[in-house]
Design a protein around this ligand. Structure first.
Ligand SMILES: N[C@@H](CCC(=O)N[C@@H](CS)C(=O)NCC(=O)O)C(=O)O
Length: 208
C-alpha cells in the first residue's frame, strides 16, 4: 500500500502527485499540513521528523523531501525510466537541476508565494516580496537559458527536473508580479507542460 501524506495545494506535494499520476502508480493521499494539521503528532514525526509535507509511505517504509521521494519512485518502478535516465551522466545532468530547485528557487519562491497569496495586503512586507521576486527571477533565468537549448530542462525528454520546477512556474506566471521578467523559452515550456493531463489537472490549478 502506497500513501502520500500532504495537502494537495502544496507545491512540493504537487510534484509527487504529478509524478505518481504520470507514471500511473497507484496511491492514496491523505490531507495533512496547513489547515489540516496532523503533522505535529509523534506518529507523523516518526515518518517525517521535519513535520513538513510531503511524506511517502509504503508499508513500514517512509520517505520525506519531495525530490528524494521523486527519485525513489522513479528508480524503484520500471515506469520511472522514462523520466529518470538510468545512464549515469544523463541522470547527473538532471540531478543538477533538482538540487538547484531546492538551493536557488525554493526559498524565494516560498517567500513570494506566501507574500502574495497567503498574507493579507495590509500585512505584506513589500520589500521582502520584491527581493524574493528578484531572487526567483534569477533562478528562472537559469532554467530559461537551459530551455533556450532544449524543450525540457535537462534535454530532449521530460525528467524529474521538470517535475521539480513545474509547480513553481505555474505560480510564478500567475502571481500578480508587477514587473515579472518575460522568458519566452520558459513560457513555451510551461505551455508544453500544460499539454500533459496530469499537470493540467493537479498542478495548473487556482493558487491557494
Ligand atoms: N524541502 C522540503 C520542503 C517541504 C516544505 O516546505 N513543505 C511545506 C509545504 S510546500 C510544508 O510542509 N509546510 C507546512 C505545512 O504544510 O503544514 C521538500 O521539498 O519536501
Amino acid at each position: 500500500m502506497r500513501t502520500l501524506w500532504g495537502r494537495a495545494n502544496s507545491g512540493n506535494v504537487m510534484k509527487v502527485i504529478w509524478l505518481l499520476e504520470e507514471l500511473r502508480l497507484p496511491y492514496e493521499r491523505i490531507d495533512v499540513g496547513g489547515p489540516f494539521g496532523g503533522t505535529d503528532t509523534p506518529q507523523y514525526r516518526a515518518k517525517n521528523p521535519t513535520g513538513l509535507v510531503p511524506t511517502l509511505q509504503e508499508d513500514e517504509f517512509a520517505l520525506w523531501e519531495s525530490n528524494v521521494i521523486m527519485r525513489y519512485l522513479a528508480s524503484a518502478n520500471e515506469a520511472g525510466e522514462s523520466v529518470w535516465p538510468r545512464e549515469a551522466r544523463a541522470r547527473a545532468r538532471a540531478e543538477c537541476w533538482l538540487d538547484c530547485e531546492q538551493t536557488r528557487l525554493a526559498r524565494p519562491q516560498s517567500a513570494m508565494f506566501w507574500g502574495y497569496v497567503r498574507t493579507p495586503p495590509e500585512k505584506r512586507d513589500e520589500a521582502a516580496i520584491a527581493q524574493a521576486v528578484k531572487d526567483a527571477a534569477a533562478a528562472y533565468a537559469l532554467i530559461a537559458a537551459a530551455l533556450d537549448r532544449s524543450p525540457f530542462i535537462a534535454g530532449e525528454h521530460l525528467t524529474l527536473a521538470d517535475f521539480a520546477w513545474g509547480p513553481h512556474v505555474h505560480r510564478w506566471l500567475h502571481l500578480p508580479i508587477p514587473d515579472r521578467p518575460e522568458y519566452p523559452s520558459l513560457r513555451r515550456w510551461y505551455d508544453r507542460l500544460l499539454e500533459r493531463p496530469a499537470y493540467a489537472a493537479h498542478v495548473a490549478v487556482p493558487l491557494s
